[in-house]
Design a protein. Structure first.
Length: 220
């Protein structure tokens, strides 16, 4: 694969969304179940809001998804406990290989393109110490809809000045991979969990287990 730049999804690709699990122990004996329902509902709300044309930023979506997850699992959480869980989204852990890989890729313009609200992304990037390796941190807030809408993916070429055919898109989320491929990016799927490909008629150009595999495939 030859590309002139890279766009990275944030949540699940660079940052481990399930690193909020520890905070969930304050309200449940099964924090992983809470994290799983919270994440799935978070994604569902972005897709539904995109289709309905009723945009709210990712912070509001994340808060609503947490409220639903607590109701679904019949968990009692005080306002302070919910606030603490939400704050954990500002301090997500980066996956172990992320910093090293971004260092190895410094010759390529690298950026984030994410559903995240600007302040959420800024906080996560700062917490992980990744700012020096990124040319841009791009939020869907600029177009007020969510991935996989084509106008979201178009923000990458616009901001980096690289045509989509030469701009690699990297995501761990298969639905995002398919959306980016439909838009016209060369796409790398970071399939951390060994998931099957979605049955949507499109496939990534490259599949790797983690970001180290991406760096090796690019000769870095």
């Amino acid at each position: 694969m030859e590309v002139r730049g890279l766009l990275f999804d944030a949540y699940g690709t660079l940052f481990d969304v399930h690193s909020v699990v520890e905070g969930g122990r304050a309200i449940t004996a099964d924090p992983q179940a809470l994290s799983n329902v919270w994440r799935m509902k978070q994604l569902e709300y972005t897709w539904l809001r995109g289709l309905m044309g009723r945009y709210e930023d990712f912070w509001a979506v994340t808060e609503a998804a947490l409220t639903f997850a607590c109701r679904r699992l019949k968990l009692e959480a005080s306002p302070a406990q919910r606030a603490a869980l939400l704050q954990a989204y500002l301090r997500l852990d980066a996956f172990p290989e992320v910093r090293n890989v971004l260092e190895r890729l410094q010759e390529l313009p690298c950026a984030i393109l994410s559903n995240g609200a600007p302040r959420m992304l800024e906080a996560a990037v700062t917490h992980a110490g990744l700012g020096a390796f990124l040319r841009a941190v791009i939020s869907v807030d600029a177009v007020r809809t969510f991935k996989p809408a084509p106008e979201v993916y178009a923000l990458g070429p616009q901001r980096l000045g690289i045509p989509k055919e030469a701009l690699g898109f990297v995501s761990s989320n298969c639905w995002d991979v398919v959306g980016a491929k439909a838009y016209g990016f060369p796409v790398i799927w970071v399939n951390r969990g060994g998931a099957p490909l979605e049955e949507l008629g499109l496939a990534p150009d490259l599949e790797v287990h983690d970001l180290d595999g991406l760096a090796r495939a690019l000769g870095r």
